[in-house]
Design a protein around this ligand. Structure first.
Ligand code: PGA
Length: 255
């Protein structure tokens, strides 16, 4: 069985000091309730990674970056490499989030380079895919997902895939308050699982965790995670408050 994973994507919110306060609050809630059986990750901005790792030491909370550059070092002003992220103590990284794809030029090709850089650098990539509203309306959702997954995970081995996390995030559901229905999420996740089986083998496909993302809240997590192929959630807005993030973690513990 796959352990559910709830990951909070802070986006461009919280200073290092604010992140530390957040981690203290969240670990307090987790310790008091003895929630277990759920992996918990937060992805604060680069400037908060070290502080988050220190504040989370000895707890169940893992720390992720939100992006990286695929080169180890070089003349790439403003960029951060996998080795640099790893040196902070963070052990995961979100790659190809739709905001990076739309606003900052990430493509399947660069997502693929970043994914390989993450794996080589000892980080677990959380690779994001998802269709736009136009694509859904044109019935292209599954074809779009196929292309994104095939190209973003090009040359990834089955063994590597078993440790990778995929986040299915329909673009129209991100930050809009309009989540996919559990049936829509379940259908897309089932499709992704079938493709992973076809391309990477049964064993790897059963181990790879596929998260749902897009307007996940305390009141919709239970129904989403009840879908057999939904292994957790990538949470944006509702992760910024430790209480609401904790409520989502608790909702996932039912799985
Ligand atoms: P949201 O964001 O939960 O605010 O919709 C999800 C994401 O962007 O990962």
């Amino acid at each position: 069985m796959r352990t559910p994973l709830i990951a909070g994507n802070f986006k461009m919110f919280k200073t290092a000091a604010e992140t530390v306060t957040y981690v203290k609050d969240l670990r307090g809630l987790i310790t008091a309730s003895k929630v277990f059986g759920v992996d918990v990750v937060i992805a604060p901005p680069f400037t908060s990674l070290s502080a988050a790792v220190d504040a989370a030491a000895g707890s169940v909370i893992g720390v992720a970056a939100q992006n990286l550059h695929w080169e180890r070092e070089g003349a790439f002003t403003g960029e951060v490499s996998a080795a640099m992220v790893h040196a902070t103590g963070a052990r995961l990284v979100i790659i190809g989030h739709s905001e990076r794809r739309t606003l900052f030029g990430d493509t399947n090709e660069t997502v693929n380079k970043k994914t390989h850089a993450a794996i080589t650098g000892g980080l677990v990539p959380i690779v994001c895919v998802g269709e736009t509203l136009d694509q859904r309306d044109r019935n292209e959702t599954m074809a779009v997902l196929d292309k994104q997954i095939k190209e973003s995970l090009d040359r990834v081995t089955g063994e590597q895939l078993s440790r990778i996390v995929i986040a299915y995030e329909p673009v129209w559901a991100i930050g809009t308050g309009r989540n996919a229905t559990p049936a829509q999420a379940g259908e897309a996740h089932f499709h992704i699982r079938q493709r992973l089986k076809q391309w990477f083998g049964l064993d790897a496909s059963e181990k790879c965790r596929v998260l749902y993302g897009g307007s996940v809240k305390p009141d919709n997590i239970a129904k989403l995670i009840a879908e057999p192929d939904v292994d957790g959630a990538l949470v944006g807005g509702a992760s910024l408050d430790p209480k609401s993030f904790f409520a989502i973690i608790t909702g996932a513990a039912a799985k």
